[in-house]
Design a protein around this ligand. Structure first.
Ligand code: ASP
Length: 538
């Protein structure tokens, strides 16, 4: 264009001078005898003193014959889209483009009503994409904030359009007549020019609307809560062994004491007569036999030991038994105490399908569509179960989360992974179960064939490249509205969680019980001796 305007300027001025016969043609020139063109100054001064409106703006030259009043656009093609990367001006040099130049008629083309000077952007109130502002609401109505709200503001700034919001209740599903509901329906019917939300790109929707380049990647996952209060209890230290094993250990202790007592009675090597120096063997008393097995069981040893070969065999086997039991208990105890807060009855979608736990999703969204349109009979079966259940499908993500919390451990909600991440960051009782079922993305929807698509896509590429999308994700997921509140409760980096009184309180109770029992028994002992003395005195 610059060259075209240059030739136009030359030819117009040449023609003008020739028309009034003010120009003598230059003499034939050779390299050996160069000749100056006598009228060249006349021609140059005519060019300097004239101007015209060319393709690249007003064409005019300074006193040295140079042109400076033009701008150069630096264009790059990315993924087939023309992206304005920068602008060069004579005065300021090259600077990075911040504003994508959208010609005025683009906005007119996109809106149905040519009078309209701002676009209607439909959205859904869903955290953290669009939420009512907590801080301010002005006289013109409620203000909205969130990831999608910040994103559309950035895109509008880059593309150069103004917009107003339209709040819609549903994401959008196709009914039996092929009509679309919700946010997709608004775009299809022209009620909205753009739709921005946690709006999933799928092939069914792609047939009726155009999507921009994706701005977030995700997959369907399971939101669930298991009643951890049930699994964390004061007597957690008992959990490594089953009640049956605890019972068997008690019976074994008693049996060993009894057998020791009996064998000691009949064994000639345990009797006092054979070893008069040491006196009577303590194993001749059942009380001492019980004391021996308890002391061995808790690995404390005892101040008396069996003497006979027979009683020593029994003691050795009992020690071996307690060694194995205590080692198994210790190993299992650590594992039990650390994993109990993560304990969940399900760990995958297969577990969920097999269990009695009810499950559902949003009733008019792409998540339910995934199960409906899946070619996998397993997911189809899950779809039938969800739709046959009276109250498994919800109107919104918020209602699904409330249901998961209310029916703690009895209801699981299929939701999109990024949104789950947001909620588990704030509600520590919630958790994400298993791997994602699929992988897809969110995009901005607009009318089929909209001229805005390439500009919005360019803007999203630019925002991605400049790290704005990452910054917004961090802001709305980790920082705003209580982000990071579950981090303290999370396990520390070495994978070990602190044990609290909630886990180990029971062992303190056992100690207290021992002290009380000791006090009661000492009372009984005093009573016993006193009674005996009285009897003796009487
Ligand atoms: N983001 C989804 C949609 O666009 C909502 C869902 O079904 O989870 O429909």
């Amino acid at each position: 264009m610059l060259i075209l305007d240059t030739f136009n300027h030359i030819s117009t001025n040449l023609a003008a001078l020739l028309m009034i016969n003010q120009l003598q043609p230059p003499l034939p020139n050779t390299c050996k005898s160069p000749q100056y063109w006598g009228d060249s100054f006349k021609f140059v001064s005519k060019m300097i003193n004239s101007s015209f409106l060319g393709k690249t703006g007003k064409v005019e030259l300074d006193k040295f014959g140079r042109r400076s009043n033009f701008d150069l656009e630096v264009i790059q093609y990315k993924l087939g889209v023309r992206v304005l990367e920068g602008l060069w001006t004579h005065d300021e040099g090259l600077f990075q483009a911040r504003q994508l130049h959208v010609k005025d008629n683009v906005l007119k083309e996109v809106s149905h009503d040519t009078e309209k000077d701002n676009l209607i952007v439909a959205t859904i109130l869903s955290a953290p994409y669009a939420m009512k502002s907590q801080t301010s609401s002005n006289q013109n109505g409620t203000r909205y904030e969130g990831y999608a709200m910040d994103l559309i503001a950035e895109v509008a700034k880059l593309v150069g359009f103004k917009y107003s919001l339209l709040i819609v209740d549903e994401y959008g599903a196709k009914d039996a007549n092929g009509n679309w509901s919700g946010i997709i329906g608004e775009v299809v019917s022209g009620g909205a020019d753009l739709a921005i939300a946690d709006l999933t790109i799928n092939s069914e929707r792609e047939k009726v609307v155009d999507f921009s380049m994706p701005f977030l990647d995700l997959g369907i996952s399971i939101l669930f809560t298991s009643d951890t209060s049930k699994s964390i209890n004061l007597f957690s230290f008992m959990t490594p062994l089953s009640p049956m094993v605890w019972g068997m250990m008690l019976v074994s202790g008693l049996a060993v004491s009894l057998v020791l007592f009996l064998i000691a009675k009949i064994s000639p090597f345990e009797t006092a007569e054979l070893d008069t120096e040491e006196g009577e063997s303590p194993f001749m008393s059942l009380r001492h036999c019980l004391w021996f097995s308890v002391a061995s069981w808790v690995q404390q040893g005892c101040d008396f030991l069996p003497r006979a070969f027979s009683t020593r065999i029994i003691a050795s086997f009992w020690w071996f038994f307690t060694l194995i039991m205590i080692s198994s208990y210790t190993a299992n105890l650590a594992a039990f105490l650390t994993i109990e807060r993560m304990e969940s009855p399900i760990s995958s979608v297969q577990d969920l399908a097999r269990s009695d736990i009810k499950y559902g999703s949003i009733q008019s969204g792409s998540t339910l569509g995934f199960f409906r349109d899946s070619s996998d009979p397993f997911y189809k079966k899950m779809f039938n179960k969800m739709t046959q259940c009276d109250d498994c499908l919800t109107e919104s993500n918020g209602k699904g989360i409330d249901k998961v919390m209310q029916e703690s451990g009895q209801y699981a909600f299929f939701m999109e992974s990024v949104t789950i991440e947001y909620h588990i960051e704030r509600n520590c009782k919630l958790s994400k179960i298993g791997e994602n079922l699929d992988s897809k993305s969110y995009g901005i929807a607009m009318k089929k064939g909209s001229v805005l698509r390439q500009y919005i896509t360019s803007a999203i590429i630019k925002l991605r490249q400049e790290g704005v999308l990452d910054r917004l994700k961090k802001k709305w997921w980790k920082e705003e509205r209580g982000g990071g509140s579950c981090e303290e409760e999370e396990q520390s980096s070495d994978g070990v969680s602190t044990l609290s009184l909630k886990n180990l309180g029971g062992i303190f109770l056992v100690l207290l019980l021992g002290l009380i029992m000791g006090l009661v028994v000492v009372g009984l002992e005093i009573l016993w001796v006193n009674c005996k003395k009285k009897n003796f005195l009487i």
